[in-house]
Design a protein around this ligand. Structure first.
Ligand code: GUN
Length: 282
């Protein structure tokens, strides 16, 4: 039987409609959520992501500002800017687009952001709170994936979830959020031996590797839920995931496409975190 497709774009639209209403109410009370994004250098993918964040913010009524810095900017200038944004009470969310130029220490920059404005959920304070199940800003991609699973009433508790990939942005927090939902979690990565012996046992398989079409039907159990986090470009410039969609779609019970899968949900959860920051919950 062919898999049911989880359309992230449709779900994102629905969630953004609700956010728009909530923001209209906040504005009536004199509160306009504001997100400032710092974009360094000229990486085309980063520019495209930031444009997407700007457009989505405007669509729901979040005010946003992009601060562009040259790729030669020194770390001190960047940290001074972040300190000023931390102090500015009109700025609710701060996001520094990654990756950063090599001469800048990424972790120092992440830790410079006030945890109460860390809408990426990358600050160790938020990661720690997430681990112990306290209220926290959750990293947008894993948070969006949890919302996608819930939107289809896919059972997580007691299920065996295999996460392929262990990045700080996706893989690691993904496993933690699923554990918080009472899943049994296995992480696989580039050093894992006989990876298929794990992935073939997954009830839910999350693929966040960054290699086009690395997962085909030989990796998955019949009826598994398959979530594709990959964002790869083919030689022709077409966007494609980590999962061989056509090969897997006959085996999986649910499957996310690329594009129109996880991507639009990541941005949506950023909007949600910005509203949360404006309301000052954390
Ligand atoms: N680069 C790729 N994904 C992300 C993200 O979610 N947040 C930031 N800040 N940079 C990224």
């Amino acid at each position: 039987m062919a898999a049911e497709i989880i359309n992230g774009q449709l779900l994102a639209k629905e969630l953004r409609r609700n956010m728009k209403n909530e923001i209209a109410e906040l504005k009536q009370k004199g509160l306009t959520p504001h997100l400032t994004v710092i974009l360094i250098g000229d990486d085309p993918a980063s520019h495209s992501y930031v444009r997407g964040k700007e457009k989505a913010s405007a669509e729901v009524g979040i005010s946003s500002k992009i601060i562009r810095m040259d790729k030669t900017v020194d770390q001190k200038t960047l940290l001074t800017k972040i300190a000023a944004l931390n102090k500015d009470e009109n700025v609710h969310g701060i996001l520094v687009q990654l990756p950063l130029p090599k001469h800048i220490e990424e972790q120092k920059v992440i830790e410079a952001i006030d945890p109460a404005k860390d809408v990426d959920g990358f600050h160790p304070i938020n990661i720690g709170r997430m681990m112990v199940g306290q209220d926290a800003f959750l990293p947008c991609t894993p948070y969006g994936i949890i919302e996608m699973l819930k939107s289809k009433n896919i059972e997580i508790a007691g299920k065996h979830v295999v996460v392929m990939g262990r990045s700080n942005i996706v893989g690691k927090p993904m496993g933690q959020l699923l554990l918080n939902e009472n899943a049994t979690v296995t992480y696989c990565h580039s050093k894992t031996q006989d990876i298929k012996s794990y992935t073939k046992k997954a009830d839910i398989l999350i693929v966040a590797v960054g290699k086009a079409n690395i997962v085909d039907s030989s990796y998955i159990k019949d009826g598994a839920v398959v979530i594709d986090v990959g964002v790869n470009r083919t030689e022709e410039g077409k966007l494609t995931g980590d999962v061989d969609f056509d090969d897997v779609k006959e085996m999986a019970s649910f499957l996310t496409p690329v594009p129109k899968g996880v991507g639009p949900m990541t941005i949506t959860m950023l909007l949600s975190n910005t509203i949360k920051a404006a309301k000052g919950l954390s």
